[in-house]
Design a protein around this ligand. Structure first.
Ligand SMILES: Nc1ncnc2c1ncn2[C@@H]1O[C@H](COP(=O)(O)OP(=O)(O)OP(=O)(O)O)[C@@H](O)[C@H]1O
Length: 785
């Protein structure tokens, strides 16, 4: 019955969409906008219906009073019966007991039923009876909701794409998903505790609950890298939400692609708080006062621009406290006024002299023979004069963020001067220098992820040179008003002057009518937001938030002036040198204590046997940090295998082939078959990948943009952040540790990526923290298998 309703809603939406698309809106801008809104509305509806197709209804609650309530992926009402709910959207308050009711606190629920369907057929039911009196055997984990269904979800093979968890959200996760959307919520949780899942479901919940508000401003989800964003990109569409912007920090500066990589130490410097001062100083350094007077040829004469005039103009411009490009208008006006006066005085005093500026009598003749309009004309001429403009550009150039930084990083003098003002040592700022193949000016592919926050900071200091844009906007506004006035005139033309008739012009005047048409923009909120650096999002979610640098936080905060944010992460997993070791320390400068903390404590991904090994590494990072509790055991111990250095590639390839075969046997091949990750020190990736690729032909992925849906992925630890696999092989943990000052954190991340099995292969002695690992005795030579 529910599927029949879904079909009929879908049909209705398709028909309306087809009608809207056939419509010819004609010349009226409003008709065009209305048609676009209709198309968007029905396209979204259809996406929502399609997303609900699998597992439309997945739960049923039976209450003590005999009421039965069905819970599913969207809400369906019975129009024939007073809009009684036939199916409750999982995000609606009425669905909450499905996630929260427990035997200890049943909230009136007698039975919770998990319903599994496959292609519209019910394939399985799990019942939980919450009435304590009626239960013989109580569930093993009292705190788990829908344990059987949950464990089935957790032990299923990985697919290389993250899935949604609406059917099995746990109580501690539900609290966070539905937490009040105002203010900053920080969610700290160890590996596998569902931080990413919770963050994405929270986005879906907020869009459902505050749709009106959030669909206008949009929701931004920030993740650590493009591979991760691809991994999570299906979750929100599967929940029927398509209007969220997914981005890395490197994507947040529109028009720039962070295509280059750089040493960690350089990125660390770029992420530090002193960079804000460095950029302010770099901008100030571009507001110059000449050491000697500048000679400017003008109309056959020579004007003199002295240092004192420039200094005074610079002070006036700086006093406006406007960004550089906007304050420039004041600087230009001051200089041109002075030059104009100089020329005017000279013209009026002695218009026929050969050497106008040299004479003692220049400008001192008392009254000027010429009128003010001449002075205005001179100003105008000076404002167009190439020589004057060149001098102004030299003293206070119009700058884009890209030009500012490209010049700065390419020029030792500029960089050294700004760095000294910001308190950077030479050894530090020299890391920022880069040889510039582009002649000092920016190419949009020359930037790194750590540059994006710097470009954003520069954009704040520089501001837009909006003179031309303001003039164009004013011109467009006048055109719109003229058009709207025409509309009002036509509508009121044939009406009598009867005071009892309400005229259209009584209701709306041309100016207001024009304003209504101002927002003619066919792009979706997400598209407009992604293209606009100054866009203020309605809510911002940051995943792997521990990785963000100080400068990145400054940029992210600018994207969300309302500070309605959800930040999820784990300080024990910080790999970036500029990242966080404590939330307090990292968020303090931006939020001054105005944030609240929630914790997730249960690890759904990693079995207890693997977490026992990871526990040693966590203790080595910081004994105070808490290990999340694993929800299940597999009975399989992680293992270690010592290998001779010169045999690493061959042996590793053989182990990979045998593990991949085991996985395929256990989980089958194809899209739902298992996924194996080989996590290697970054310096060894290029050497090891070919041997592995040869051992499992056609089944591996590696490189800058790995394809996670292939059976075997060879990755650096950094690339594996936030991801998960059925089986994981970690290569040379000792080298992973020494590759970075946060090497132990990296190792902790690597060890906690698996849902089933973990093996560690090493060519040097195992780090002490991995003492609990047992040798791989059970595994024979691959050839013998
Ligand atoms: N309530 C749940 N029901 C089913 N699966 C869940 C649930 N919570 C988490 N999971 C699964 O557990 C795995 C780990 O979740 P997720 O990646 O969100 O964890 P995380 O805390 O972000 O991990 P990490 O910090 O290690 O990257 C995912 O496969 C997720 O789907």
């Amino acid at each position: 019955m529910l599927y029949e309703r879904l079909d009929s809603s879908r049909e209705q939406a398709s028909t309306r969409l087809a009608e809207a698309l056939r419509e010819r809106p004609g010349g009226r801008p409003q008709a065009h906008t209305e048609r676009q809104a209709t198309v968007t509305r029905y396209t979204r509806q259809l996406a929502r219906y399609d997303a609900a197709e699998d597992g439309l209804c997945f739960g049923r609650l039976d209450f003590d009073d005999g009421e039965a309530r069905y819970v599913g992926r969207l809400g369906i009402l019975d129009e024939a019966a007073d809009y009684a709910p036939l199916l409750v959207d999982w995000r609606a308050p009425a669905a909450r007991p499905f996630y929260l009711a427990t035997a200890a606190s049943p909230e009136g629920v007698r039975r919770r039923r998990h319903i599994r369907t496959s292609r519209r057929r019910v394939t399985d039911l799990d019942d939980e009876v919450l009435d304590l009196g009626a239960v013989d055997g109580r569930p093993e984990h009292e705190s788990l909701t829908g344990e059987a269904r949950l464990l089935a979800a957790l032990t299923a093979g990985r697919t290389g794409r993250m899935g949604d968890i609406v059917e099995t959200i746990q109580a501690e996760q539900d609290q966070i998903i539905r937490a009040d959307h105002s203010g900053v919520l920080v969610v700290q949780g160890g590996p596998g505790t569902g931080k990413t899942a919770v963050a994405l479901h929270r986005a879906a919940y907020l869009l459902y609950t505050y749709r009106e508000q959030l669909s206008k401003r949009g929701v931004l989800v920030i993740g650590p890298n493009a591979t991760f964003l691809r991994y999570i990109s299906h979750v929100l569409p599967a929940l029927g939400e398509t209007s969220v912007v997914l981005a890395t920090v490197g994507d947040l500066f529109p028009g720039v692609r962070a295509a280059r990589t750089e040493p960690r130490e350089t990125a660390e410097i770029k992420g530090g708080p002193r960079m804000a001062d460095l950029i302010t100083a770099a901008v100030e350094d571009r507001q110059r006062v000449p050491t000697e007077s500048v000679e400017i040829p003008f109309e056959g004469d020579v004007l003199l621009l002295d240092a004192a005039t420039c200094e005074a103009a610079r002070e006036k411009a700086r006093d406006t406290r406007r960004p550089h490009n906007q304050a420039r208008r004041v600087f230009v006006r001051e200089i041109i006024d002075t030059l104009a006066q100089q020329y005017f005085d000279h013209l009026g005093a002695d218009p026929y002299a050969d050497d106008p500026l040299g004479g003692d009598d220049a400008g001192v003749s008392g009254g000027n023979l010429l009128g003010d309009e001449v002075l205005d004309d001179i100003r105008h001429e000076l404002g167009q004069d190439i020589g004057v403009l060149a001098a102004l550009d030299d003293l206070w150039p119009v700058l884009t963020p890209q030009w500012l930084l490209a010049d700065l990083f390419a020029d030792e003098d500029l960089l050294g001067s700004a760095a000294a003002a910001a308190g950077l040592r030479a050894a530090e700022w020299r890391l920022l220098l880069r040889p510039d193949p582009h002649g000092g000016r920016a190419d949009d592919r020359m930037w790194t992820a750590a540059d994006a926050p710097l470009l954003d900071e520069a954009a704040e200091c520089l501001g837009e040179d909006d003179t031309a844009a303001l003039a164009a906007a004013e011109r467009r506004r006048r055109e719109r008003i003229a058009y709207a006035q025409g509309v009002v005139d036509i509508l009121t033309r044939d009406m009598d002057d009867d005071p009892d008739i309400l005229m259209v012009s009584d209701l709306i005047d041309a100016e207001r009518l024009a304003e209504r048409h101002e927002n003619d923009d066919d792009r979706s909120t997400a598209e407009r937001a992604a293209a606009d650096r100054t866009w203020a999002y309605g809510h911002v979610i940051v995943d792997e938030a521990q990785e963000l640098s100080h400068m990145a936080w400054r940029m992210v905060m600018r994207r969300c002036p309302s500070r309605s944010m959800t930040l999820v992460g784990d300080v024990a997993q910080t790999g970036d040198l500029a990242g966080a070791s404590s939330w307090d320390r990292v968020l303090g400068p931006h939020l001054a204590g105005r944030w609240r903390l929630e914790r997730l404590t249960v690890n759904y991904r990693t079995p207890a046997e693997i977490m026992a090994v990871a526990a040693g590494v966590l203790a080595a990072i910081d004994p105070e940090l808490e290990l999340p509790r694993s929800v299940r055991e597999t009975g399989t111990s992680p293992w270690q295998l010592a290998i001779e250095p010169n045999e690493l590639a061959t042996e590793l390839a053989a182990v990979v082939a045998s593990e991949a075969a085991d996985l395929a046997e256990a989980l089958g091949e194809g899209p739902d078959g298992g996924r194996l990750a080989v996590l290697v020190p970054a310096a060894m990736l290029a050497d090891l990948h070919p041997a592995i690729a040869a051992a499992v032909p056609g089944a591996t992925t590696a490189g800058d943009d790995p394809e996670l849906e292939t059976p075997v992925a060879v990755l650096t630890v950094r690339q594996s952040k936030g991801l998960e696999f059925d089986a994981v092989l970690v290569v040379d943990p000792d080298r992973i540790i020494t590759e970075s000052p946060r090497g132990l954190n990296d190792l902790y991340v690597a060890l906690t990526r698996a849902t089933r099995s973990l093996g560690v292969l090493h060519t040097s002695p195992l780090p002490e923290a991995l003492g609990a690992l047992k040798p791989r005795t059970a595994v024979a030579e691959p050839a013998a298998r």
